[in-house]
Design a protein around this ligand. Structure first.
Ligand code: MG
Length: 333
């Protein structure tokens, strides 16, 4: 079976700013295996770029053989290729799941034995901005039940206060590792007073001691994101957080994503299913697992001006999967 790929530049509707930088566009790689289609949205934080994705795909191209139906074995073989290439692996994993579903005439979530019923509403992300702009963006997002506000800058509390002034929506915050310990304790306690529901990645990814301090001095639930990519990364954080943010672009795809969900749940952790800046293709792939999550942060396709795909729909702030075989994603006409 032939593996082919295409590089696509996604343009964002607004400049997207988080604590460590900003983006106006994101270059993704779309992989195709027969009728199957998958997306890699590489993250520079993990040393990936569209160029490293292409390198990886070229390297594994010949290991995708005629019979790809034994997903477990095919994906394990890919994993034997050294290096951290999670987004590239995800593109292949997603394409193979799509292909398998199309072959068997089943949506991917059914192939996985999941319900596909997405009861948990998605959050809508507001990147860091001026207070006026934050309020304007919050007002524009009135269809959503939950806002996720990106923090990690000196104006954090002002931003949340500004958003709170114009909306009653649930507010979650994500500091993207932007705080020191003292700053985190102070800000989290004030955020609690502002009615914030949870805090994602307050401290540096490796700061376990800091998390222990936060647990003694703050009450809001903490969700970890940056230090957790695959299931191997999970056990070391037991007792240090309430939950973890699982993303297909970190896990290397649907298969490992589901394994992470099961492991984390068995350890009593809450599941957030999140995303990088991804098109409807990547988001729809993640949505196949969304019935298993406690929190859904799958909205990046809505931030894109030129989404090349049509997939999962949005109704009253929740995602709705379609019944088409495979992912149910098509190229936007
Ligand atoms: Mg995050």
């Amino acid at each position: 079976m032939k593996l082919t790929w295409e590089v696509i530049e996604l343009k964002l509707k607004d400049t997207f700013r988080i604590s460590r930088g900003e983006l106006d566009s994101k270059t993704i790689v779309v992989a195709r295996i027969g009728e199957g289609i998958g997306e890699a949205s590489p993250s520079s934080f993990y040393g990936e770029s569209w160029e490293t994705v292409l390198k990886y795909l070229a390297k594994v191209k010949d290991s995708i053989r005629e019979d790809t139906s034994q997903l477990e074995e095919v994906l394990e073989r890919l994993d034997e290729n050294q290096g951290f290439n999670q987004a590239a692996k995800a593109a292949i994993d997603i394409a193979l799941h799509d292909l398998q579903g199309k072959r068997l005439g089943l949506p991917v979530y059914k192939l996985l034995g999941l319900s596909g019923e997405l009861k948990v509403p998605i959050s809508h992300t507001l990147g860091i901005d001026s207070l006026d702009k934050m309020q304007e963006k919050a007002k524009r997002a009135s269809d959503f039940k939950i806002l996720k506000v990106k923090l990690g800058v000196p104006s954090d509390l002002e931003m949340v206060r500004a958003v709170r002034q114009v909306t009653d929506q649930i507010i979650r915050v994500d500091a993207n590792a932007g705080w020191g310990r003292e700053e985190a304790i102070q800000k989290i306690n004030q955020l609690e007073d502002l009615g914030v529901e949870l805090v994602e990645q307050p401290l540096k990814p490796e700061d376990k001691e800091g998390l222990k301090e936060l647990r003694k001095n703050t009450y809001l639930p903490i969700i970890l994101d940056e230090p957790i990519c695959t299931s191997e990364d999970i056990p070391q954080w037991i007792g240090l957080c309430e939950g973890i943010n699982i993303k297909l672009m970190k896990s290397g795809g649907i298969r490992e994503g589901l394994k992470m969900i099961r492991l984390a749940k068995s350890l009593g952790m809450k599941i957030m299913l999140g995303c990088m800046i991804e098109s409807s293709l990547g988001i729809t792939a993640a949505a196949q697992l969304a019935s298993e999550a406690d929190y859904l942060d799958l909205d990046s396709h809505l931030l894109i001006e030129n989404d090349p795909f049509v997939g999962v729909a949005l109704k009253n702030g929740s995602l709705v999967l379609n019944e088409s075989p495979g992912l149910g994603v098509s190229v936007r006409p």
